[in-house]
Design a protein around this ligand. Sequence first.
Ligand code: ZN
Ligand code: ZN
Length: 383
Amino acid sequence: MTVHTDSSELVALRHDLHRHPELQFEEQRTAALVARELAAAGFAVTTGIARTGVVGTLRKGTGRRVMGIRADMDALPIHETTNLPYASVTPGKMHACGHDGHTTMLIGLARRLARTEFDGTVHLIFQPAEEGEGGARHMVEEGLFQRFPCDGVFALHNIPGVGAGQVMVRGGPITAAVDVLNVTIHGVAGHGAIPHRAVDPVVAAAAAVMALQTAVSRNLDPLDAAVVTVGAINGGVMATAIPEAVTLKIGLRTVTPDVRVLMKGRIAALLDGQAKSFGCRAELDWGEGGDYPPGFNDPGLAALVRQTALAMGQDAAAVDMRGPFMFSEDFAFMQQVVRACYFGLGNGDSRALHDPGYDFNDRLLELGPAFWQRLVANFLPVP
Ligand SMILES: [Zn+2]
Ligand SMILES: [Zn+2]
């Protein structure tokens, strides 16, 4: 079988997955397809981890080293507007993050590994529910790495706007933690003409939003990174009444555990203090949004990914990242318990992730499996 034929078969497979997107923990059809493909490539297949998660295992030689590679399988509740011939057949569901491509690249790798020499064990890990419910966390909690211990685990994400196939990697912090805080500022309702009998939560909320602008600027080392965004503010219904309460939704992004703790503490203190200064009370509810931790790349594994990219002819200036991604990724739950490395793979000039007009770049179905294959050969070299 020539590489060309292999890659056009993968294009057909990716388009089939794209046509049939499945949301978090509903990836039954996708998981069945993955299991079928892995078995056909000679892998031992384990299904049903965190409901729809699949692990394919292939061992060669006598080496004891074990490598894990993760792909995500879920789609998003977004209505596709691409008008592509293989667009989603399900209104309101779409592969707008390229997980159809990530899954297909790993199937491509499985086919290549069937005819590649390496020394050790490879576990290909297909996880559900990356987009919000933390499928990676569920797989870890169900004993993924007790059942399939790994010396190193890798994952990638396609990155729109970066040259197709270009690798982006760094050691240390790699993806952001995201925390969502729901706040209710309680006052005392009243007539708009009698403000001295009321306690106005609108004024307190306005002051709190401005005070939050100092959470990063006045508390954080200027060389560290964090983002605090008040994404929603709601309260009141008319001009002549003071409402009882105002609600805020606040998003916090951080890239290290220390900064995450510091920022959560400062945000809570600012909200509490501002509310009290106006006679109001702030009620804080952390937790919506999955609470993904920050992702941390093992420096040795990141160096191996970098070397592999450079050996394949990539430009070091493009490979080395200036700082971490500010998006979050539930692979971080795996990174908390095993040595791991997450990296970007350029998707070329495409629409943004989660855009209804986005599509995964089919050129990566050739470049991605080739890169994974080289990385396996480098991590599990034949003696
Ligand atoms: Zn996404
Ligand atoms: Zn994604």
